[in-house]
Design a binder for this molecule. Structure first.
Ligand SMILES: NC(=O)c1ccc[n+]([C@@H]2O[C@H](COP(=O)([O-])OP(=O)(O)OC[C@H]3O[C@@H](n4cnc5c(N)ncnc54)[C@H](O)[C@@H]3O)[C@@H](O)[C@H]2O)c1
Length: 268
């Protein structure tokens, strides 16, 4: 089990879903965690839950669309906990009013696209911008960027989302390449379907069943699946991993698209 004792971490979008599970697990593994989310009250609840079981946490209200708020988030880590070792860039714009406009490239509103890029890509880039100097001051650090299967493979819908997540994977390689020899590791994780509370509410059971049918696992993902990967990648045990994108999708992306049909045809 990866040990994060003595490390300081920031998780963005940490009030719910994957970010919340990661913040809780990093703290359980010994890191002091800055729980950052645009919903400050919900972030405070996560920080309180970490402290209730003996962990160290601080909540900050951070909208990653605003550079001054990202700077303040990083300053909280440094001022409260003495430095920064781990940044999990994870917040993404998943608001129903945006997702409902992200259906077809011929109907994209340029302002909405700019907002998606500002949060999903700019938020990560600016997080890295302000984190890296503090990490280098401590001899290095790990930046884990939550991308998505939708950044590797195309969905039928969500062209803006998919474009933003592909950009995250490219940005990850760039940061690793530029700062690897300074001790910075930057790694993308690309979840498939993860049953967060929002996903449970949003996806009809037929869609979930379709994912599972094409997956090599017998279930959809849960936030803790991603949290465990992030905790490992953030630890010194992952010291030789840099710049790559790791799919965490139950094996959905490794096989021919006719996998489930072949399996059915063979009575599997
Ligand atoms: N759940 C999935 O199936 C899935 C699959 C692939 C990728 N992802 C990615 O995982 C990450 C987390 O998503 P989730 O599924 O846990 O969703 P979620 O809605 O449960 O959590 C997202 C969190 O980000 C916060 N947030 C949104 N915009 C923000 C902003 N501008 N500044 C700060 N915080 C902001 C929200 O308040 C929320 O707490 C996202 O990057 C998402 O694209 C999720």
């Amino acid at each position: 089990m990866s040990n994060l004792n003595g490390k300081v971490a920031i998780v963005t979008g940490a009030a719910s879903g994957i970010g919340k599970a990661t913040a809780m697990l990093l703290a359980q593994r010994g890191a002091a965690v800055v729980v950052a989310d645009r919903h400050g009250d919900a972030a405070a609840e996560v920080a309180a839950a970490i402290e209730a079981v003996g962990g160290s946490a601080a909540a900050v209200t951070t909208d990653v669309a605003h550079e001054d708020q990202i700077e303040a988030m990083v300053a909280t880590a440094v001022d409260r906990f003495g430095g920064l070792d781990i940044l999990h860039n994870n917040a993404a714009i998943l608001d129903p009013e945006v997702v409902s406009q992200d259906i077809d490239v011929t109907q994209i509103d340029a302002d909405v696209f700019a907002r998606v890029l500002q949060v999903n890509v700019g938020g990560y880039l600016l997080g890295a911008k302000h984190a890296i100097p503090h990490m280098i001051a401590r001899g290095g650090g790990a930046i884990i960027n939550t991308a998505s299967s939708a950044g590797v493979q195309a969905e039928y819908v969500r062209p803006m989302y998919g474009t933003s997540k592909a950009a995250v994977i490219g940005m990850t390689r760039n940061i690793a390449t530029r700062y690897g020899k300074d001790g910075i590791r930057c790694i993308a994780v690309s979840p498939g379907l993860i049953m967060t509370e929002a996903a449970v509410a949003a996806f009809p059971q037929e869609i979930v069943d379709g994912f599972v049918r094409h997956s090599l696992a017998n279930r959809a993902g849960v936030p803790e699946d991603v949290a465990h990967l992030v905790a490992f990648l953030a630890s010194d045990e992952a010291a030789y991993i840099n710049g790559i994108n790791i799919s965490i999708d139950g094996g959905l992306s490794v096989h021919f698209p006719n996998y489930a049909d072949d399996r059915d045809a063979m009575g599997g």
